[in-house]
Design a binder for this molecule. Structure first.
Ligand code: FMN
Length: 359
């Protein structure tokens, strides 16, 4: 038993969300839900992690209830789940029940791909892909309503909250980022105006799900369109975005970095999750590179070894940089990674074939 990790096994609560420890499964697209409906294999996959002390599971990205939300084919995405229609809701309820029976909590990541959806691809090939610069106010309201429907469905299915995918260059992020949003109206211009789509969305969801239902928001500097992008070039800019989102109703920020320990801004060794926590006053989740010697993109093309960098995680946790610790690849390939960490057992090197399995 590793005593130094004991702080990460303390419980956590934020409003009505109570977790038995600080470990979170990071959202990971899996494409194992035919016609958007998760089956028993998906339920068993998530329950295996909950049984093995993953305190909170954030699901794979789930397409929101709009024809433009997801497109199959751009990156080989097929069988991405949805959260609308009777069959999908029945499927998710089984997933939620399995995770709860195993003692875990589970929150779906609501996803709209925006411009990163490939035009002309199923399930709605005629739908236009959404880019901030081409969207009418009617389309903006229509997409917000779609997110709200999916959030309400998540609550009805028994989920413990919802998570908005506000990072990586997808729709919400493409409004935030100057590189994809050059609108001249209330939704574009300076940082606060670019944040308006996201804040309106959060407020609209909050109004329907009630004051106590947790809303998580994923934010990232990097974009799939540009790995070196900086959404916020300074901590002041970051402060404007996260303060506005917190005021709109975000409860927890899921701060997506490729390497959790990299300093976010010059002059301090604090990582991005630390800055978001300090500036927003909200709890944060850190993620990126825990357990491996290479970040996600590099691990597609280079052998990736297991390392034990939990000492740095514990040190930064003690310094109150973040409240929760998310793992992506580590939990993709090994459902029992958290138990092994607790027991001080060695980790396995990254196995790229884990992308194509649901075990
Ligand atoms: C197979 C795979 C699928 C992913 N899909 C998503 C996703 O749907 N939504 C998301 O926000 N991030 C997604 N990510 C990013 C992870 O949530 C995480 O931020 C990233 O893998 C870094 O964490 P790690 O270094 O612990 O793997 C995915 C990562 C992997 C490996």
């Amino acid at each position: 038993m590793r005593e130094d990790l004991a702080p990460l096994f303390k419980d956590f609560s934020c409003g009505q969300l109570t977790l038995s420890n600080r470990f979170v499964m990071s959202p990971m697209t899996r494409q194992f839900s035919p016609d958007g409906v998760p089956g028993d294999d998906v339920a068993a996959y998530y329950a295996r992690r909950a049984t093995a002390k993953v305190g909170l599971i954030i699901t794979e990205g789930v397409g929101v209830d709009h024809p433009s939300a997801i497109g199959h084919g751009s990156m080989g995405e097929e069988n991405i789940p949805i959260l609308h229609g009777d069959a999908a809701l029945v499927g998710w309820r089984r997933v939620v029940d399995s995770v709860h029976r195993a003692g875990g909590k589970i929150i779906p990541q609501l996803w709209h791909m925006g411009e990163l959806r490939t035009e002309g691809t199923p399930p709605f090939p005629d739908a236009k892909s959404m880019r901030p610069n081409d969207m009418s106010e009617f389309e903006i309201a229509d997409i917000i309503a779609a997110f709200v429907r999916s959030a309400v469905n998540a609550k009805a299915a028994g989920f413990d909250g919802i998570a908005l995918h506000g990072g990586h260059g997808y729709l919400i992020d493409s409004f935030l980022w100057a590189g994809t949003n050059t609108r001249a109206d209330a939704y574009g211009g300076d940082i606060l105006r670019r944040t308006r789509f996201a804040t309106e969305l959060v407020k609209a969801i909050r109004a329907e799900v009630g004051p106590d239902f947790p809303i998580l928001f994923r934010i990232s500097q990097w974009k799939l369109q540009d790995y070196d992008a900086m959404l916020a070039k300074t901590s002041e800019e970051l402060g404007l975005i996260v303060e506005a989102l917190a005021a709109a109703g975000v409860d927890i920020f899921d701060v997506s970095t490729r390497v959790f320990s990299l300093p976010a801004f010059p002059g301090s060794e604090m990582g991005l999750a630390g800055w978001v926590r300090k500036l927003s006053g909200k709890p944060t989740i850190t993620v990126g590179g825990i357990g491996f010697d290479k970040e996600l993109a590099a691990s597609f093309v280079q052998p990736t070894q297991a390392i034990d960098n939990l000492g740095d995680v514990v040190r930064r946790f003690a310094a109150e940089e973040f409240d929760l610790v998310a793992l992506g690849r580590a939990l993709l390939m090994d459902p029992a990674w958290v138990l092994k960490a607790q027991a001080g057992m060695p980790f396995e090197p990254f196995d790229i074939s884990s992308y194509s399995r649901l075990d």
